[in-house]
Design a protein. Sequence first.
Length: 92
Amino acid sequence: MAFRGKKVYGESRQNVCAFCGDTSTTNNSQGVPVCNVHKTQELLDLKCICGDWVDIKIGKYGPFFICMKCGPQNFNKILDLNGYPLKSIDSL
């Protein structure tokens, strides 16, 4: 048997552009993974389910949002709620 190597959590993850759904290659000024076409665009005026504004934060596992009423929120959930055409990683 050949040695397969050590598995590392998150190594096989693919980041997806928040604006078009293509594979991201860089981050914009907010730290959100985007493709080269959208590297100058920013995510502005995003709302939570409760209707309050959310702030973008960057964590160990990628970007997420913070709502003052609800707490930490999933990145994909907030983008979907605000109408960004993000393709899920499962469908790729």
